[in-house]
Design a protein around this ligand. Structure first.
Ligand code: FCA
Length: 338
């Protein structure tokens, strides 16, 4: 049973790829026709809208350049390795990956080399056994510290806008420090709050065990229990999901929405929240363009495979604040909503 289940993704990959081969066979009657370019796009959390929008961007690049795209969810190390084997079996020449664990980097690079696959990392940068970034693997991701700083500055500005007494306010920083991009974001945010004058002894960390809503809900809930004296909370975290879980925790403990200011990061995983007719404590998000990350990484990979153009080693993306007031307009311009 276990074996059968484990083989399913491989079989699914083979069926998909067989379908693709039929198409290429009918068009490759002329021997000189170049091999079609096939690329993979592997993400750690396919259920998160952020990654679905990255895929959307990658699909747009595939349409523009005429390559085939294989999208796979890889929630753990075993799924990554199985996915690589099925990609190779299907004639894929390279892949973009947001890995489920950055410490898998050396193993993924070794497997890719062995199989002759080109690879670009997105969002979560590979880390080698000595804890250093694997700078030899091309990477595209957020300017994490800067985006975090903007989150912290925006929280402070909104607190001032509401004339909240600092003595009654505290910061709930939902953290996931084992992931560098997450730690850089929350460190940047906390540093900006301190630089703006928010007292350091009223900034509390709530470490999340898992990077989903239940994970941040649990983390924030513990913190809220420890600090019943706090009347108003500023909430920050590495992404929208981290902040959303904490917002749900404040609601569970009876805080009114007007006593909470939460600002997320991504801008893609909070659309339903911002659309709610009754505003919640989720004030806004630092929007980063997921579709353009998906488009650019897969376009770079395409040129690398097709023309041998090596991608730049480290490309960073920036963010802007979206709130209830402007999110529809900005997300439409970004192509995230219709
Ligand atoms: C990490 C997070 C995602 C997104 C991405 C850019 O992978 O888990 O939510 O923020 O960085």
């Amino acid at each position: 049973m276990k074996l059968t289940l484990r083989l399913l993704p491989v079989l699914a990959g083979l069926i998909f790829i067989t379908g693709c081969d039929k198409k290429s066979a009918s068009t490759s009657a002329t021997p000189a026709a170049p091999a079609p370019v096939k690329l993979g796009y592997l993400v750690k959390q396919p259920e998160e809208p952020w990654f679905q929008y990255e895929w959307k961007g990658a699909e747009a690049a595939a349409r523009k350049h005429g390559f085939e795209l294989v999208k796979l969810g890889v929630q753990d190390g075993e799924k990554v390795m199985t996915a690589l084997d099925s990609l190779v079996a299907g004639g894929v020449q390279g892949f973009v990956i947001c890995t489920p664990d950055v410490r898998l980097g050396p193993a993924i690079v070794a497997r890719a080399k062995l199989k002759g696959l080109k690879l670009i990392t997105v969002d979560d940068r590979f880390v080698s056994a000595d804890g250093k970034f694997m700078s030899e693997v091309p990477y595209m991701g957020m300017s994490a510290s800067k985006i975090g700083e903007a989150q912290g500055q925006s929280l402070y500005a909104e607190m001032q806008q509401r004339s909240w007494p600092v003595a009654e306010t505290a910061v709930c920083a939902v953290t996931f420090e084992e992931l560098d991009t997450a730690r850089e974001r929350t460190d940047g945010s906390v540093a900006a709050l301190k630089a703006a004058g928010f007292p350091a002894d009223r900034i509390f960390k709530a470490p999340q065990k898992t990077t989903d809503v239940p994970g941040s809900f649990d983390a924030a809930n513990i913190l809220l229990t420890q600090h019943p004296e706090v009347k108003r909370w500023l909430v920050l975290g590495m992404n929208d999901t981290a902040v959303l879980g904490a917002i749900r925790a404040t609601e569970g403990r009876g805080f009114a929405a007007e006593n909470i200011i939460g600002i997320g990061i991504n801008g893609t995983d909070c659309i339903d929240e911002l659309r709610k007719t009754k505003p919640t404590g989720f004030f806004g998000s630092m929007l980063v363009s997921a579709p353009s990350e998906g488009f650019k990484t897969s376009e770079m990979l395409y040129h690398w495979v097709k023309d041998g153009t090596t991608p730049p080693p480290d490309t960073r993306t920036t963010g802007i604040l979206i709130t209830r007031a402007n999110f529809e307009q900005i997300l439409r311009q970004e192509g995230i909503i219709e």
